[in-house]
Design a protein around this ligand. Structure first.
Ligand SMILES: CC(C)(COP(=O)(O)OP(=O)(O)OC[C@H]1O[C@@H](n2cnc3c(N)ncnc32)[C@H](O)[C@@H]1OP(=O)(O)O)[C@@H](O)C(=O)NCCC(=O)NCCS
Length: 323
């Protein structure tokens, strides 16, 4: 059977780092409050000329270089983002053009913080369905541009960045020993739409709007939703928490990450955490964390890697990959 195997990975971050100390000069907050409640110590903030497409292009080029491939070798680009450069055309098509790719297909996918998990699941379905051979999957965001910088309950939490992986069709045996995506479990429930949203859009206000969140409400649902889709992935593949080499969660909040790992019985040493350095970069957070842990040699070929995310919508999901 066909499996979608990871051929490359890469990341790109804005040059400018904003520490919690600097945040103290913008809103009534403290380094201590932010670290204690979220684990965030700093975030990268896009400057002039840095956009979702430019960061996505940087991550894409890094992933292509690492894979020893060029844009000619791709036939699909999916960009998970909620902060596109323009309402249209899609940021994926913008990046396709930046890479000089004149063939294949490119489109954006919007599932907020679960965007990368949704995009990997979609690329995997295209590859297994024979519609694509090599897909570039990018998570790229500039949430700093939709934050209300006077709202301390949200502006301290988010950051900008991009990460990418390349998935390639390879033959597998159809067992859990195969390399590649072993399962994807996606969920959504729009009843929670008012708990984490942007208060504007092309068809309502004609503006971009600002992010609004009931943090406590999001927190209340997060651990249960995350552990549900991870357990569904275990059931679908006949694996258990003991088989997982690395849990690579969406990086929203250290307390949510620790709570989920604890409930699943996955020890802290097996959890990749970058929220301290990047803040919540929404759809970019998982590929940024993958890049960090695969670059420094923690994640190795053959390792069983569990991705999970939960975000606005609500949307949530997991992907189990043998690296
Ligand atoms: C946002 C979050 C960190 C807030 O932590 P919390 O413990 O729930 O804090 P609360 O919202 O109950 O606020 C507690 C107090 O801190 C204050 N506070 C809020 N933001 C603050 C900040 N940046 N600095 C200092 N104080 C702050 C509140 O005003 C409140 O003060 P009060 O008690 O005087 O009213 C937490 O709810 C959270 O992590 N939620 C999930 C958010 C998330 O991950 N979203 C993305 C999902 S993709």
């Amino acid at each position: 059977m066909i499996r979608s195997v990871v051929r490359g990975f890469g990341a790109a971050l804005p040059k400018r780092v904003m520490t919690n100390k600097e945040m103290e000069s913008r809103v009534d907050t403290s380094d201590e409050w932010i670290v204690q409640r979220t684990g965030i110590r700093q975030r990268h903030i896009a400057g002039e000329g840095e956009t979702t497409a430019s960061l996505g292009e940087g991550a894409a080029r890094a992933a292509l270089d690492r894979a020893g491939l060029t844009a000619d070798d791709l036939d699909l680009i999916i960009v998970a983002t909620s902060t596109p450069d323009n309402t249209f055309p899609a940021t994926a098509v913008n990046i396709q053009n930046r890479l000089g790719m004149r063939h294949g297909a490119a489109f954006d996918l919007q599932a907020v913080c679960s965007g990368f998990v949704y995009a990997v699941a979609t690329a995997d379905a295209y590859i297994r369905g024979g519609l694509a051979k090599r897909a570039l999957v990018i998570g790229a965001e500039t949430f700093s541009r939709i934050l209300d910088w006077s709202d301390r309950t949200t502006c301290v939490l988010f950051g900008d960045g991009a990460g990418a992986i390349i998935l390639e069709a390879q033959k597998g045996e159809g067992t859990k020993a195969d390399r590649g995506v072993l399962t994807a479990q996606l969920r959504s429930d729009g009843i929670h739409g008012d708990k984490l949203y942007v208060d504007g859009g092309p068809s309502t206000t004609g503006t971009v709007g600002h992010l609004r969140m009931e943090g406590r409400e999001v927190f209340k649902h997060a651990v249960g939703m995350i552990t549900d889709v991870i357990e569904a992935a275990f059931e679908a593949t006949g694996t258990t928490a003991d088989d997982v080499d690395w849990l690579v969660p969406h990086q929203a909040n250290r307390r949510i990450i620790d709570g989920s790992a604890r409930k699943l019985g996955i020890p802290n040493e097996k959890v990749v955490v970058t929220v301290d350095l990047h803040g919540n970069t929404s759809a970019a957070s998982i590929p940024l964390a993958l890049d960090a842990a695969a670059s420094d040699g923690r994640i190795k070929k053959g390792d069983l890697v569990m991705l999970e995310a939960m975000g606005g919508g609500f949307t949530w999901g997991s992907v189990l990959i043998r690296w």
